[in-house]
Design a protein around this ligand. Structure first.
Ligand code: ACO
Length: 166
């Protein structure tokens, strides 16, 4: 994919949000990435081959989305996160819709995303944006993370995978 230089601006809640690829000179927003994935090792591993996009308002990074080339025709959203105080204002939807828009302009045919079986809000968001559940990676969060992850009072075990066909 050739996303370099892509930027797209839109207004939300008095913000002028710019969606753009993070430039190599910019610091990687690990604080945001860790909201979606508590493993710094896994993040570092997939960042090596992924493209990282951000939603900004001026100098402030509001949210981040990481696109990983899974196959020639499929990308995976490896990580999506919005600054905690700004969640539930539509920024996550903006990040995903822009990823869909960019992928639609390339030869990508499918967008894949995986989340924990405990991620009720995320599962709702992804399905609202047209992703459909495609499978379960059993015990993913038990075998890939060195400590238990709890969400909504439940321990995360399996990864629920979803696909959107473009
Ligand atoms: N409770 C219930 N539903 C929610 C919630 C919530 N806390 N947050 C989002 N949703 C759902 C709702 O359906 C909502 O629509 P509605 O507001 O009309 O009811 C819909 O998502 C749209 O929400 P947005 O405002 O667009 O999403 P937001 O900007 O909050 O971003 C995100 C969503 C990225 C999941 C954000 O909440 C976040 O950063 N969470 C922490 C990190 C995380 O869990 N990331 C995803 C992990 S999986 C992965 O990275 C592949």
């Amino acid at each position: 994919m050739y996303y370099l230089g892509v930027s797209y601006s839109m207004a939300v809640e008095n913000k002028n949000i710019l969606f753009k690829k993070l430039e190599s000179k910019d610091a990687i927003p690990f604080d945001l990435l860790l909201l979606a994935d508590p493993s710094i090792d896994l993040i570092a591993e997939y960042l090596k081959v992924s493209e990282l996009f951000v939603a900004t308002d001026g100098q402030e990074i509001l949210g981040v989305i990481v696109l990983f080339p899974l196959t020639g025709e499929t990308i995976e959203i490896k990580n999506i996160a919005v600054r905690t105080k700004l969640q539930r204002q539509g920024i996550g939807s903006i990040l995903i819709n822009n990823a869909i828009r960019l992928a639609s302009q390339s030869k990508i045919k499918n967008i894949f995303i995986g989340t924990a079986d405990t991620s009720i809000a995320q599962l709702s968001l992804y399905q609202k944006l047209g992703f459909r559940i495609s499978g379960i990676k059993e015990d993913f969060f038990l075998t890939n993370y060195d400590r238990p992850i709890y969400e909504n009072g439940i321990q995360a075990k399996h990864m629920v995978t979803l696909i959107k066909t473009l």
